[in-house]
Write a protein that binds this ligand. Structure first.
Ligand SMILES: Nc1ncnc2c1ncn2[C@@H]1O[C@H](COP(=O)(O)OP(=O)(O)OP(=O)(O)O)[C@@H](O)[C@H]1O
Length: 263
């Protein structure tokens, strides 16, 4: 479980995150939604150690992890996908999986040179794991494709695949659906659900596509102007007056109400 207590992150006088307290339960796929500029990415960055908080605390399974650098969180199994570094575009999809930091044993070049048999065994094992990941994500046909030729959605699948190479526990995904076509978004959604159910991954997902959020996420956390407005299941959340106002603004909300319409 990730617990965030009264987190603030200011940029000069501007409060991008302004006293947010949230819980991401182990085993959940938690959605994080809110209008542009709500502070969602900043909250992710602070939890994942990319930015230090101005104040407040972050706990992982009861351990205080506030301000730990990304590589330490990485070793604890908490990662924001871009911590895996971007794909190497001139390398194949399988090579990209095999290159994930932390997937190798981490021996020095000198030692591995002395143990060439061992490095070959390790490479074979990495290749086997990479192929297992490609099968899981149903992209085995892309094994030898250069990563630079992948579509936006296929790159997102590769990102998910790379988390599988390091046995992540808690994965923070920022705007999974941005620029991804419907079919691939469905495949990405299925992969997230299967990783959650079959491998016990906990996810926290920022996404603007409400269909995607509604299908995948429970609970959903809503942020606006740096604060947490509401938390609950997606259907319940979209009935919440504060949430409607944050998305539509008071004027439009009143017009919708006057017209007797729903959102
Ligand atoms: N490094 C920075 N320096 C100054 N202001 C920043 C910085 N990073 C973010 N902000 C500001 O903080 C606010 C929150 O930004 P953030 O990216 O966290 O919002 P968001 O909810 O993720 O928005 P979006 O959905 O558009 O990605 C924005 O007004 C943004 O301009």
């Amino acid at each position: 479980m990730i617990r965030v207590e009264d987190l603030h992150r200011h940029f000069g006088g501007f409060r991008a995150v302004d006293g947010a307290s949230v819980t991401i339960e182990t085993g959940s796929i938690t959605g994080l939604i809110g209008p542009n500029g709500a502070g969602k990415s900043t909250l992710f960055n602070v939890i994942a150690g990319v930015l230090p908080p101005t104040s407040g605390r972050v706990f992982m399974d009861g351990e205080d992890i506030t301000g730990l650098p990304p590589h330490e969180l990485f070793h604890k199994g908490l990662l924001r996908t871009f911590q895996l570094a971007h794909e190497f575009s001139s390398m194949t999809v399988r090579e990209n999986l095999m290159m994930v930091p932390g997937a190798q044993s981490g021996e020095t070049i000198w030692k591995t040179w002395l143990q060439r048999g061992r490095i070959e065994r390790e490479e074979a094992e990495l290749r086997r794991r990479a192929d297992e990941v490609l099968d899981f994500l149903t992209i085995r046909h892309l094994t030898h494709e250069k990563a630079g030729n992948l579509s936006g959605g296929q790159k997102k699948l590769l990102e998910l695949g790379r988390t599988m190479m390091v046995d992540a526990k808690v994965v923070f995904l920022d705007e999974v659906g941005a620029g991804v076509n419907r079919t691939l978004l469905g495949t990405i959604g299925d992969a997230i659900v299967r990783l959650n159910r079959e491998r016990g991954y906990t996810f926290c997902v920022i996404e603007h596509d409400m269909d995607f959020i509604g299908r995948l996420c429970d609970p959903v956390i809503v942020m606006a102007a740096g604060k947490v407005l509401a938390q609950g299941d997606a259907a319940h959340i979209m009935q919440n007056e504060d949430v409607i106002e944050a998305y539509l603004g008071t004027g439009l909300k009143n017009k919708v109400k006057a017209a007797g319409g729903a959102l």
